[in-house]
Design a protein. Structure first.
Length: 234
């Protein structure tokens, strides 16, 4: 469904992503792992079209995507920025209108607010929300828009335990519905639980990729994903 070929991004003399290629099916969750500075966020910004890559191509169902691709590939960013003067509900209404959702979207929106414990703040302005509430507002709005490819940059950080569980359940449901999902995370246990496949990135290069079980087999002996990660990125 999604194919990335030779994605490259430089910042001055730093090569943040170096000819990165990977593919992803609908209904598959790919974990993007890597130490700080590996290039995960830069990859997401380039995929979602918020940052212009220096080279490479992104294909969706074999069609090459142009820069306007927000309705195909949606990003839930690391730092949640909401509109200060829109309420939580207005964020959802804004997305519903710009994504031209079919009438009846309100029911799904209400359900998402309920699950993410935002119902009590549905009429609160963006500027008055806590960081976790901002993050959940963006999760609700992005999930509502039903893009076929969803990117989550460090989604668990900043969410309370209930929020983390709801998000995990949402991701499992979206996967079952055929959404292609990429998640970056430093939480290896949650990567292991959620992801069908992993790509381990360092200095913008994919050092290893495969199912968790395949990556484990590469390491010597009976190893945890943490052992494998540390060995590969050492
Ligand atoms: N706007 C920028 N200007 C200059 N260099 C940048 C910029 N954004 C990222 N970089 C550099 O690109 C590289 C990749 O950074 P990136 O933020 O993608 O890493 P990351 O894998 O998301 O790390 P983290 O786990 O800390 O979130 C780093 O060397 C970083 O310093
Ligand atoms: Mg990052």
């Amino acid at each position: 469904m999604l194919r990335v070929e030779g994605l490259t991004k430089r910042f001055g003399r730093t090569i943040a992503i170096d000819r990165l290629s990977f593919a992803l099916q609908g209904g598959e969750v790919l974990g993007l792992l890597g130490p700080n500075g590996a290039g995960k966020t830069t990859t997401f910004l380039c995929l979602s079209g918020l940052l212009r890559a220096d080279a490479g191509a992104i294909f969706f169902n074999d069609l090459r995507l142009g820069p306007e691709r927000g309705r195909t590939i949606a990003l839930i960013p690391e730092t949640p920025e909401v509109y200060a003067m829109l309420t939580v509900w207005e964020h959802l209404a804004f997305v519903a209108r710009s994504a031209e959702l079919a009438p009846g979207w309100e029911e799904r929106a209400e359900e998402l607010l309920e699950r993410l414990e935002l119902s009590a703040v549905r009429d609160a302005l963006g500027q008055s929300l806590s960081k976790g509430m901002r993050q959940k507002t963006l999760i609700a709005a992005t999930v509502l828009a039903e893009a076929p490819v969803l990117l989550f940059d460090e989604p668990m950080i900043g969410l309370d335990p209930k929020g983390q569980r709801e998000l995990r359940e949402l991701i499992v449901e979206l996967r079952a519905a055929g959404t292609a999902i990429v998640i970056s995370t430093h939480l290896l246990e949650s990567a292991e639980a959620l992801c069908d496949r992993l790509v381990i990135l360092k200095n913008g290069t994919a050092l290893a990729s495969g199912a968790v079980s395949e990556l484990r087999q590469r390491a010597t002996g009976d190893r945890t994903l943490e052992d494998v990660f540390l060995e590969i990125t050492a």
